[in-house]
Design a protein around this ligand. Structure first.
Ligand SMILES: Nc1nc(=O)n([C@H]2C[C@H](O)[C@@H](COP(=O)(O)O)O2)cc1CO
Ligand SMILES: [Zn+2]
Length: 162
């Protein structure tokens, strides 16, 4: 009889957990997004979270959502978690990879996901469902043969002492 542990986390929990842990690095006060890219044989290839490009100070650039001057909002500066994860990848190809992300990808990230060869997107929240960006992403994913489905929460709570 095997004495193997039984309460270990499964692959989906592992990768979505890593994506969400990565999102905890985000400085965005409103939405923290994390992403984890995984090979077809379940090896983690890259991770990312939403933040500013290198050299752009978290303390000097704006984090606000609204303002008359778009240059004073975060939207023109932030790199999304998915694009960061794609750009952080340092070896070989992402062809056939899977992407776990805590929030459904926008249309700009969808373009990068498709062009990098990622074939499956597993997302957690879709709080902007119905928006132009999400509709455009879905249309492009459907056309390009990128499968997407919502992560099925196990509702497992994990506490990590650091
Ligand atoms: N899939 C995504 N990945 C991301 O990394 N983001 C980032 C961009 C912003 O920093 C933040 C969204 O801010 P807000 O509009 O919810 O206050 O999350 C946003 C989306 C939504 O498309
Ligand atoms: Zn995006």
């Amino acid at each position: 009889m095997s004495d193997k542990r039984k309460d270990y986390i499964n692959w989906d929990e592992y990768f979505m957990g890593v994506a969400k842990l990565s999102g905890l690095r985000s400085k965005d006060p409103n939405t923290q997004v994390g992403c984890c890219i995984v090979s077809q044989d379940n090896k983690i290839l890259s991770m990312g979270y939403n933040g500013l490009p290198k050299g752009c100070s978290d303390d000097e650039f704006p984090w606000v959502r609204e303002g008359e001057d778009p240059l004073k909002t975060k939207y023109v500066y932030t790199v999304h978690s998915e694009l960061n994860a794609i750009l952080n990848f340092r070896g070989g190809s992402l062809e056939g990879a899977k992407l776990y992300v805590s929030l459904f990808p926008c249309n700009e990230c969808a373009k990068a996901i498709i062009q990098s060869g990622i074939k499956e997107v597993i997302y957690d929240c879709n709080k902007y469902d119905g928006s132009t960006a999400v509709q455009a992403s879905m249309r492009m994913f459907d056309a390009a043969g990128v499968a997407y489905h919502q992560y099925k929460r196990s509702n497992r709570k994990i506490e990590i002492e650091l």
